[in-house]
Design a protein around this ligand. Structure first.
Ligand code: ADP
Length: 345
């Protein structure tokens, strides 16, 4: 019965797509599966029953099995391939020894490098020319009073506004890509969160005024210095406020409030706008998702996905409550001192 079970386990290990090598407590190789033979360029007949320290030095199998890969997986390069090695000490009911798990991660590594190169290339090819255009437009506006027809001022200003919008869309697309590739970086530094929120509210107030809506804000006192990536957190609130303005018809109200609750900073961005149907709320933070009511409004459906990732990278949480036709409330919770915080219900 036991023998049958051992045979079955060996047969199953033969089928798995990662390499497996088992050494007994004395360091003798007792099992090598088919995938490990391929990865280590070795015939099992030549190594089974031998002790690791008797194997020829510099062979892949010797190099891999003499790695200490218990706490952290180790990466070993074998003939141009990158092999991730993890060793699992066996004990308890299992026979004592060590099981080595080998995974060829060359493909993942290559893909990650290609993604990094893609982001670098897009940043250079799309963003740099746009930054140059914006620089010249700002220079033009500087020249305006003395050398240019004042009627052109409005045109240049509109061009600049569109360029800023385009730059922020490129940033969103690139960040969504970085997020997927695990490349989005958060650089946390001590930050005056109250000043940050007030800055966002000042910009929001201007946006709302242009749009013809009312803007209210109530940012609490006593927020301690927080470890935040100021640029990214500003982006979160700027995005929530911009959405609130965008999805609220004229003469509606947008409000931003903050309170300190249970060692967390809770910021709410609410509006009296078009709201989101209940059935669509579960997908609202998904990449590219735009609710049915968003037709006719400009956007990419990436802002909330990126905002959620940024807030979570700070140990915080974000959620939405909304009712179609009545308005929405996005709440962001950021930890004051703890590592993480989340909504109770
Ligand atoms: P975008 O605004 O570019 O479409 P977001 O990711 O910021 O992308 O938002 C995704 C979708 O969530 C929006 O298209 C809209 O359907 C919905 N949404 C976000 N904020 C609001 C809001 N304040 N009121 C109503 N709908 C909203």
């Amino acid at each position: 019965m036991q023998e049958e079970r051992d045979n079955l386990a060996a047969r199953l290990l033969e089928e798995v797509d990662c390499g497996a090598v088992y050494l007994d407590a004395g360091g003798t190789v007792l099992f090598v599966n088919r995938r490990a033979e391929e990865i280590l360029h070795v015939e099992r007949g030549k190594v089974l029953g031998k002790r690791v320290d008797m194997l020829p030095l510099r062979t892949p199998i010797y190099r891999v099995l003499s790695e200490n890969a218990q706490d952290e997986p180790v990466e070993v390069s074998i003939d141009g391939a990158v092999i991730q090695v993890r060793s699992i000490p066996l004990g308890g009911a299992a026979p004592a020894g060590e099981l080595y798990q080998l995974r060829d991660i060359s493909h993942d590594k290559r893909e990650k490098r290609q993604r990094e190169e893609f982001v670098a290339m897009m940043t250079h090819d799309l963003k740099s020319p746009l930054t140059v255009i914006m620089g010249y437009m700002q220079a033009l506006m500087g020249e305006m009073p003395s050398k240019m027809d004042p009627s052109l001022h409005l045109f240049v200003k509109e061009m600049e506004k569109s360029a800023v919008k385009m730059l922020s869309m490129i940033d969103d697309v690139l960040d969504a890509y970085r997020l997927e590739a695990g490349l989005l970086q958060i650089d946390r530094q001590p930050c005056d969160a109250r000043a940050l929120l007030e800055g966002c509210c000042r910009d929001g107030e201007q946006e709302a005024a242009v749009h013809g809506s009312y803007f209210l804000s109530d940012i609490c006192d006593g927020i301690p210095t927080l470890e935040l990536d100021e640029k990214q957190i500003t982006r979160v609130f700027a995005n929530l406020i911009a959405n609130a303005v965008k999805f609220t018809p004229r003469r509606g109200t947008i409000s931003v409030t903050s309170v300190i609750e249970d060692s967390c900073l809770l910021v709410r961005v609410s509006d009296t706008g078009i709201g989101i149907p209940e059935s669509e709320l579960p997908r609202i933070f998904n990449k590219y998702f735009r609710a049915s009511g968003a037709q006719g409004f400009k956007g990419t459906g990436l802002g909330l996905t990126i905002s959620k990732a940024i807030v979570e990278a700070h140990g915080g949480s974000i959620r939405v409550e909304s009712s179609a036709g009545k308005g929405s409330c996005f709440s962001v919770l950021l930890p004051l001192h703890e590592e993480r915080c989340s909504f109770k219900s």
